[in-house]
Design a protein around this ligand. Structure first.
Ligand code: ZN
Length: 881
């Protein structure tokens, strides 16, 4: 595949970097001076060295060569340095030809960079210090291809090298990097200190990291089980926040012990730091030994934080720490294997959560959230195979998506279930040991898994990894004890064209027979299965393990609905996922009526968090697509009240000391769902709490877990008054979770005027960049606000680009999420026309996805509008006119 990649020439390869940054300006223009010395291995004679550089000023370069015949090293300066801005490359030509026979070749470059504000490369984030003063901290985000923004380097994952780092920082600040501090001494400049770090192991540039700021920390020391060496683990924060790192610290310790055992390899570095960074484009980043997190993904205030964040924090920490082994020790050869890195860390992250908290039932939540999200993206024509050719490192941002994370994790989970967990983990451990400190591809993992399990892996996995999409298995009953099953590619846009459905997947099915459940793999297009027990209802995809949808005959569908209260949580989720996804495509006779029927039947089951979570999602989507008509919208609200109202009354607004994590999350969910649908008692209680909060300006009058519900319901009923108070609370709050909750609550806004006001305030600096982009995304999900968001985007396009356009990691999801919610063909044309002629580099894929989805929404709306109306009428939610 390498022929398809636009890689740097491999005439020379880096072996070691010595990087020095000095004179960092901690005010505008935020520049620093840099010097890097790169020890090179020359593979082919060349005059020119080409490496990556982006937004750096290169002052000069020289190469030092030590021939064995020469008495001393020879230094050659380059008089010819040229930059290729588009390809982010720097080409340095020398008068001498560098020869492979020469051992000691060191390239030295003097340059200048800038600690930017784009959450990419070496960047700054602003925050308010406990004193109330606006302050900055500095940190890095190099994945995928942003190390080149900080220093000239061979910025490709296979170009592993060791790193020595030296930073000159203000003496009152702390400097951190992947490795522990080696020395610290005063600089020649007043009030500056020069900090050097221990040499790193061989690693990819995207994993290098450093951070500088007014930090404090909490610490715990683990004893490594095998070597008995101590491992200090710290959570770093800016001043005043470190105590909120205690919970995350404990999670990190537990997770390191779990993974050390699971991978059968000890954590490989001398220390592990986790640091909260005030502005991050993603939740977190797995830099080796210095993992960066959004504050909400790491910090937890035991008295004021929303307890529902506990599972999120646990998962994110576990995901990033899984990378310390999988990804950091053994790294993908190139970005087309990103999925392996992310899919595995996602799976391992949830496995760790399941191990630490079996009561959370995380795999049910995974099925309800992650798998459903993956089906939703992979059902598009503009989806991509899990393994996708990435010719250019600058395009990687567009595949940090639900395919690379969630579909990959689903497929890995399916494989682990097939091989059995012990064999699966043994294979993974072998893979990591064999390829330690190097690069590898999925093939190496498959081989290790085949060896460990004695089962076929390559042939089972190939189509899941190499082909786009996933199958829908259609079941029909041929005779009483015989069923016919057929697999085809599923498309949200409807039936696939013949050339779109050529893949045959290896689909694991659970077939009920008189002797019990039989495991059958569907590998052909069609097959007939005998001896089926015709008396019991069945789910071929029992436990929602397989990454596929099932379409069953009408009588079987009814039987599944009737038996829903005795089905497992995973099977309830599976049934709803199947019908909701099929209805959107209009495949066969599937409509929204089935979706509403499944939801209605599920009222007989005991309320469970993951089931109600996906139920609310499905109802929200039906609202989003069909709510143009006020009658329908009101009737759907009434139906939503029926689903959530009783649970809201039963759970009430009082949090009990004995409530477990899942109950706390369930209560917040049902109160929000019921209240936002207008459930009277719920709204009344919420507004009572809101008034109390308004009067006292004291957030503690509302239990932290209920703040989101109260704020959102207040935003719906109290509009401007709520907006003003929430804006004030946002501005005065330092608690990151409060800010996130406020962003979500504000998105419930109902009028165009207030939507506009909200957006203007955010974009003009009222909110941080990441919150602004989150606010736009959330607002677009709200049918009452999305038209205004679109008008606003067009009017303020230049300001949006200025504020958020510096990084495709921000722009790509922003474009995709804000535009994909429209439901008419006219809007689709408008969006297309608006972007025609604009440079969409960095979000081309996001735009294509949004356009396709608007088309699907429009077709769905036209097809099922009457169906929804009829169902609501038949079930007495709508008066027959
Ligand atoms: Zn990851």
């Amino acid at each position: 595949m390498s022929g398809m990649r636009d890689l740097l020439p491999d005439d020379v390869k880096p072996e070691h970097y010595s990087l020095t940054l000095s004179d960092l300006r901690i005010e505008a223009p935020w520049t620093y001076s840099g010097h890097v010395e790169i020890v090179l291995q020359v593979r082919r004679a060349t005059h020119t060295i080409i490496l990556n550089s982006h937004e750096l000023k290169i002052h000069r370069a020289q190469v030092t060569v030590q021939n064995s015949s020469d008495p001393g090293p020879l230094v050659h300066s380059s008089s010819d340095i040229s930059l290729d801005v588009e390809h982010q490359r720097c080409s340095i030509r020398f008068g001498v030809e560098l020869q492979p026979s020469v051992r000691n070749v060191t390239l030295a470059i003097w340059f200048e960079g800038c600690a930017n504000e784009y959450m990419a490369g070496f960047y700054r984030s602003q925050y308010t210090a406990p004193s109330g003063v606006a302050t900055h901290m500095f940190s890095t985000q190099f994945e995928p291809s942003e190390a080149r923004r900080a220093f000239p380097c061979f910025d490709e994952p296979a170009s592993k090298a060791t790193f020595d780092l030296q930073l000159e920082v203000p003496s009152n600040m702390t400097a951190l990097s992947n490795m522990p501090v080696k020395t610290s001494r005063p600089s020649d400049i007043d009030e500056r200190t020069i900090v050097t770090f221990e040499r790193s192991p061989r690693m990819s540039t995207y994993l290098l990291s450093w951070a500088v700021g007014l930090f404090e920390f909490v610490e715990q020391s683990l004893t490594r089980k095998r070597s008995l060496e101590p491992l200090p683990i710290r959570v770093y924060t800016t001043q005043g926040l470190s105590q909120h790192g205690r919970r995350g610290l404990q999670v990190a310790c537990d997770v390191v012990e779990y993974f050390s055992e699971m991978f059968d390899i000890e954590y490989p570095l001398p220390k592990l730091d986790l640091i909260a960074v005030h502005e991050m484009s993603d939740d977190a980043m797995e830099n080796w030994g210095l993992v960066t997190f959004r504050p909400t993904a790491l910090l937890y205030n035991e008295t004021t934080s929303d307890p529902s964040y506990v599972s999120y924090i646990t998962y994110i920490i576990a995901h990033e720490l899984a990378h310390q082994w999988f990804g950091n020790i053994t790294t993908m050869e190139w970005w087309d294997e990103l999925w392996l890195n992310e899919g595995f860390a996602t799976w391992a992250g949830w496995s760790a959560c399941d191990h630490l908290h079996p009561d959370w039932k995380v795999w049910a939540t995974f099925a309800a959230d992650d798998m459903r999200t993956a089906f939703d993206l992979d059902g598009l024509r503009s989806s991509h195979p899990i393994r996708v050719p990435i010719p250019d490192g600058r395009e990687v941002d567009s595949i940090f998506d639900s395919i690379s994370y969630l579909k990959s994790a689903s497929v890995i989970r399916m494989l682990a279930a097939r091989l059995g967990l012990p064999a699966f983990l043994k294979g993974v451990s072998e893979y990591l040991k064999t390829n330690a400190y190097g690069n590898a591809t999925a093939v190496a993992l498959w081989e290790a898994l085949e060896k460990a399990s004695g089962q076929k892996v390559v042939s089972v996995m190939t189509s899941w990894i190499e082909d786009v999409g996933f199958p829908v298995v259609t079941v029909s009953r041929t005779t009483d004890n015989q069923i016919h099953v057929r697999q085809e590619r599923f498309l949200l846009a409807g039936e696939p064209k013949p050339d779109e459905s050529t893949t045959l997947w290896n689909v694991p099915m659970q077939v009920p027979t008189r002797e019990g459940i039989r495991q059958v793999d569907l590998t052909d297009r069609d097959t007939v299965i005998e001896d089926v027990n015709s008396d019991s209802s069945y789910r071929l995809n029992a436990g929602q393990i397989g990454f596929y949808l099932t379409q069953v005959p009408a009588e079987e569908f009814e039987r599944l609905c009737d038996n829903i209260s005795t089905s497992s949580i995973e099977d309830q989720i599976g049934l709803l996922t199947d019908v909701a996804t099929l209805a959107m495509s209009g495949r066969g006779s599937n409509t929204t009526a089935e979706v509403l029927s499944v939801i209605s039947s599920s009222m007989t089951a005991k309320p469970s968090y993951p089931v109600l979570d996906i139920t609310w999602f499905c109802l929200d989507r039906v609202q989003s697509i069909f709510s143009d008509d006020e009658d329908i919208s009101d009737a759907l609200d009434d139906f939503t009240q029926d689903i959530f109202g009783q649970a809201a009354l039963d759970l009430g607004w009082t949090v009990q000391a004995t409530d477990d994590h899942v109950t706390i999350k369930l209560r917040a969910l049902v109160l929000s769902a019921a209240g936002l649908a207008g459930h009277e008692e719920t709204v009344e209680e919420a507004l009572k709490l809101w008034d109390e909060f308004r009067k006292t300006k004291d957030t503690s009058v509302i239990h932290p877990s209920l703040r989101g519900s109260v704020f959102s319901i207040a935003m719906l009923y109290r509009e401007l008054e709520a907006f003003d108070s929430l804006r004030e609370a946002y501005t005065n709050s330092n608690a990151p979770d409060t800010r996130e909750i406020i962003v979500e609550a504000m998105s419930v806004v109902q009028t165009p005027e207030l939507t506009h006001k909200c957006l203007t305030w955010a974009l003009q600096g009222g909110m941080t960049s990441s919150d602004t982009s989150d606010l736009m995304t959330e607002l677009a999900k709200n049918p009452a606000a999305r038209e205004t968001v679109w008008v606003f985007m067009r009017e303020h396009w230049t300001s949006i680009l200025e504020r958020l356009g510096g990084s495709s990691a921000v722009m790509e999801p922003l474009i995709r999420s804000t535009l994909q919610t429209f439901t008419t063909r006219e809007r689709r044309e408008e969006v297309e026309a608006f972007f025609t002629g604009k440079d969409t580099t960095g979000y081309t894929r996001g735009l294509a996805i949004a356009l396709e989805r608007i088309g699907i929404n429009a077709a769905y709306r036209e097809r099922d509008g009457e169906v929804v109306r009829d169902w609501l009428e038949e079930n007495d939610y709508l008066d027959d006119e």
